[in-house]
Design a protein around this ligand. Structure first.
Ligand SMILES: Cc1cc2nc3c(=O)[nH]c(=O)nc-3n(C[C@H](O)[C@H](O)[C@H](O)COP(=O)(O)OP(=O)(O)OC[C@H]3O[C@@H](n4cnc5c(N)ncnc54)[C@H](O)[C@@H]3O)c2cc1C
Length: 557
């Protein structure tokens, strides 16, 4: 349904059982769950979907081995099982990730964490083969019921260097266990939004801010047109992530729920480093407790992340000091490989929506999620349920818990579980992708190779993209693996309103550092023809995206 039709529905419906503020993964997942239960639910996102913290993660779908240190057994248990569910429900977007820990005498205390908690380890230098094995086995034990991935392997120094020749020769062991990766998290968000589009009880908007409240009704401001709408909710879910306190202020509530921490990542175009890590994420802990990861992001390498307290999430950017630190840590693990700032093609930062805390270090703040409720009568006629924390990995479980609380308030009961609900292109996922690609290629007059590419990018939704491609087969400037038809499909089906929506969140072109001036102009021209932009509006979009890429991501075109 196009935006005009959705705006018309909004104008016709001012009373909603639930209004959700925030279209990151937690808001979207809760919106989906409530919609599936038949609740009338409206979601508003002030920017694009999945453009806040949810666009800035380490792209890991994981249980969080190190959270055991803080005694977060509940979270680890929930997260590993959610990881396994995502591998089944969204197989197009979530894949197994061999995660390798290099172990040195003076680097990587990662596995100390659970063992310290259990009192098995007192000094960081005490880590022998047996100790490492116990740590990973404990982690794997939590996933025992739903795990479909191989067990860990442990290598001695000789085997480690045979498998990873560029690794620092001072390595004593490497351990490889399995977590999962989501190379393009934004695709999962937009898949969830598209999944619910035909549900008449659910409506969602990007570029719509919850801007004001008179105590009973909310004012929503359409940030594309400036038009305002008024809605009256029975209850509100504040899913504004690290902006929760700011959003509450708009609703007339003064809160201090969030104590956010910033994390940054670099994306490098470095074939030698990419080859050195093979398909592995290298994951280790610096001696000061900071986590470093070196991650295989398509043909690029992603390096992160930091954990720095920050008050205003809008100000989060990658600093020079962070870049220097990431490069230094990578050089310690792969000293033979020359890495420089020139290899960085993109960087990004986001803020974890952690609970306000007086913990001694940011690493000790709980990564678990919780719902904080402001009851009706204290400033607003409706209660506000605030979603604090929450990993990307656990979005379904957090949404389920929130939905259960909301259903109870509304006097309703759950009739559908999301535990086995497929997501987007994970629906009707073929056992034999090869036959799927052959059939789609035949039906859409595209090559088998291209059908396979679309399947890898969109899962089974790729068939719908392929049908468009037949009419617009020309390839995109500087991106021969994207067609005009594909971009047209995205713009028509995925609520794109700005050029950066396509570059940064519907495709990986931006994040992989592939944007060129010619490409930008080509996509802008396609959007102009589909969205009816004037020449001036098209130029303004190009300027906006160019400026955004430079200011937030260090990309100079
Ligand atoms: C550096 C880093 C690495 C991470 N790595 C991982 C990882 O590897 N694996 C993992 O599982 N988790 C990871 N996480 C955690 C995970 O990314 C977050 O917990 C999760 O994305 C939070 O999602 P959210 O929906 O709560 O918040 P957000 O994604 O921030 O969504 C909130 C949205 O609310 C919108 N909003 C704010 N105010 C308003 C308003 N007034 N009206 C309308 N909309 C509004 C914002 O624009 C925003 O889009 C990481 C987090 C960070 C920062």
């Amino acid at each position: 349904m196009d935006r005009d039709s959705r705006i018309q529905r909004l104008q016709e419906t001012s009373n909603w059982s639930v209004v959700i503020v925030g279209g990151g993964i937690n808001g979207i997942a809760t919106w989906r769950d409530l919609a599936l239960q038949g609740v009338d639910v409206l979601l508003v996102e002030r920017n694009d979907y999945c453009s806040g913290t949810s666009a800035a993660s380490s792209h890991m779908v994981h249980g969080g081995i190190r959270y055991l240190e803080n005694g977060e057994f509940r979270l680890v248990n929930e997260a590993v099982n959610e990881r396994n569910r995502l591998l089944q429900n969204a197989p197009h977007a979530v894949k197994p990730l061999p995660t390798t820990i290099p172990i040195f005498t003076r680097l990587s205390g990662l596995l100390n964490a659970p063992l310290k908690f259990l009192g098995l380890l007192n000094k960081p230098s005490e880590r022998g083969t047996l100790v490492i094995k116990i740590g990973i086995m404990l982690y794997e034990w939590y996933a025992r019921d739903t795990n479909t991935m191989p067990e860990h392997t442990l290598r001695n120094r000789a085997t480690s260097l045979a498998d990873f020749p560029s690794l620092n020769p001072n390595v004593t062991h490497t351990a490889t266990y399995y977590d999962a990766m989501m190379p393009s998290p934004e695709r999962i968000c937009i898949d969830l939004v598209r999944d619910m589009e035909l549900h008449s009880n659910a409506l969602a908007f990007n570029y719509m801010t919850a801007s004001d409240c008179d105590g009973t009704s909310l004012t929503l401001t359409d940030t594309l047109t400036g038009t305002q709408h008024t809605v009256t909710p029975q209850l509100v879910i504040n899913a504004a992530g690290p902006w929760i306190d700011f959003a509450n202020a708009r609703l007339g509530q003064q809160t201090k729920f969030i104590g956010g921490t910033k994390g940054s990542h670099l994306v490098l175009d470095h074939p030698e480093l990419r080859q050195a890590i093979a398909d592995n994420e290298f994951f280790f802990e610096n001696h000061d407790g900071r986590i470093v990861l070196i991650y295989p992001l398509y043909d690029r390498v992603m390096i992160g992340t930091s954990d720095i307290a920050i008050d205003n999430p809008d100000l989060a950017v990658t600093t020079d000091a962070e870049i220097a630190y990431f490069l230094e840590m990578t050089a310690k693990v792969f000293p033979k490989i020359k890495i420089s700032r020139d290899d960085i093609v993109f960087h990004f930062s986001g803020v974890r929506p952690l609970p306000a805390s007086d913990a001694k270090s940011t690493g000790q703040i709980s990564r678990d999620h919780q719902i904080r409720t402001i009851e009706a009568g204290s400033g607003t006629a409706f209660p506000i349920f605030n979603l604090i924390g929450g990993k990307w990995t656990t979005f379904r479980a957090f949404a389920e818990q929130t939905t259960n609380v909301v259903l109870e308030r509304l006097g309703k009961s759950r009739n559908v579980s999301t535990q086995q609900e497929p997501i987007g292109g994970g629906r009707n996922y073929p056992l034999d992708p090869e036959s799927w690609a052959l059939r789609v290629a035949r039906q859409s007059s595209i090559t088998h190779r291209r059908a396979t590419e679309l399947f890898e990018r969109y899962g089974t939704v790729g068939a719908s993209v392929a049908a468009y491609e037949g009419n617009y087969p020309a390839t995109l400037n500087d991106a021969p693996d994207y067609s005009e038809g594909e971009i047209r499909w995205i713009v028509t089906h995925e609520q794109c309103h700005h050029l950066d929506d396509v570059l940064l969140r519907r495709t990986m072109l931006g994040m992989l550092g592939r944007t060129t001036d010619a490409m930008l102009h080509h996509i802008a021209a396609i959007m102009q023809s589909l969205l009816g932009w004037s020449e001036a509006e098209t130029q303004a979009e190009i300027v906006r995206t160019t400026e955004l890429l430079q200011r937030k991501h260090g990309v100079v075109l």
